[in-house]
Design a protein around this ligand. Structure first.
Ligand SMILES: Cc1cc2nc3c(=O)[nH]c(=O)nc-3n(C[C@H](O)[C@H](O)[C@H](O)COP(=O)(O)OP(=O)(O)OC[C@H]3O[C@@H](n4cnc5c(N)ncnc54)[C@H](O)[C@@H]3O)c2cc1C
Length: 270
């Protein structure tokens, strides 16, 4: 986390955000002429900033691509059909209830002009700020793995989770119509990334196959399903070389057919 003049770049999780965005003393400013704080992003960090500023004598504008905050730790539950999207998405406008001087815009931020102290936003006039909180989260990092971006399924947004769920369910429908595909690996799932999320996804997928899907697809031999979890280790620093729609190369050079491939890694959202 860093502070540059009146700009705070914050990340979510346990980042201690409160320390970074406490506004400067307001001196002689009167109510009605409060400094304008613009918060970019309404994820963990953006929402934490909103909470910290609740009682501060400032005017706040929040800008977020979606009109909800997605609770990322439960994305895997949406992807595996345990929860619905609206159970892990919290409306940002509702968070602003009771703050008459605060505003929210559902829009994509396209640029920041530090000199002019303005933010450019899709479909709107530029927005001026006195203080800027940048809390735009992270994007997936494929670490140069060839084919991953085109063929793997990242798990970072609600849309990602829905897309993954649909892909899995559509895949099962296809196998149900043509069980011969099982021999080609049609029931093989690859999860790339063995951090908490990768392990959770793999575990939830196993549970899903063993419970709900077993009942939904009684004629499919789901006990033949395989879940491969790819973990980066010191001995194996390059676990993923190539991802295509049906082939995922293992660290030892062998490849397995895998129509279901989830990639879980991140880098800051620039
Ligand atoms: C699958 C998964 C599971 C996780 N599990 C855990 C866990 O169990 N425990 C834990 O502590 N952490 C977990 N994390 C990490 C945690 O969710 C993140 O650290 C946290 O969400 C980061 O908060 P943030 O506010 O920095 O970013 P985000 O929560 O990603 O928020 C960024 C916001 O900015 C918006 N945005 C981005 N670009 C733009 C733009 N150009 N214009 C407008 N808006 C934009 C996004 O829509 C989003 O609402 C998990 C993350 C993932 C992906």
């Amino acid at each position: 986390m860093s502070l540059q003049g009146k700009v705070a770049i914050v990340t979510g999780g346990n980042s201690g955000i409160g320390r970074a965005i406490v506004p400067r003393p307001l001196g002689s400013r009167q109510m009605g002429n409060e400094p304008h704080v613009v918060i970019l992003g309404a994820g963990f960090a953006g929402v934490a900033a909103m909470k910290m500023l609740r009682k501060a004598p400032v005017r706040v504008t929040v800008i977020n691509k979606n009109d909800y905050q997605a609770f990322q730790p439960l994305l895997y539950q949406v992807a595996t059909d345990v929860l619905s999207a609206n159970e892990i998405g919290f409306p940002v406008r509702q968070m602003l209830h009771g703050h008459r001087a605060w505003a929210f815009h559902q829009a994509a931020v396209t640029g920041i002009d530090l000199g002019k102290r303005q933010v450019t936003v899709e479909g709107m006039e530029p927005i001026s700020y006195d203080y800027l909180v940048i809390a735009l989260g992270a994007v997936v990092n494929y670490f140069g793995t060839k084919g991953a971006e085109e063929h793997a399924f990242p798990l970072y947004t609600l849309a990602d989770a829905e897309r993954l769920k649909t892909h899995v369910l559509e895949g099962l429908e296809t196998v149900d119509k043509n069980p011969a595909l099982i021999d080609d690996g049609a029931l093989r799932f690859c999860v790339v990334g063995g951090g908490p999320t990768g392990v959770e996804v793999a575990g939830a997928m196993a549970e899903l196959l063993d419970t709900e899907l077993k009942q939904d697809y009684p004629n499919l031999p789901l006990d033949k399903a395989e879940i491969h979890l790819y973990v980066l280790t010191w001995e194996n620093p390059h676990p993923a070389k190539t991802v295509t729609t049906i082939t995922f190369a293992k660290a030892d050079g062998d490849s397995v057919a895998a129509p279901f491939c989830v990639a879980i890694t991140a880098e800051p959202n620039k």
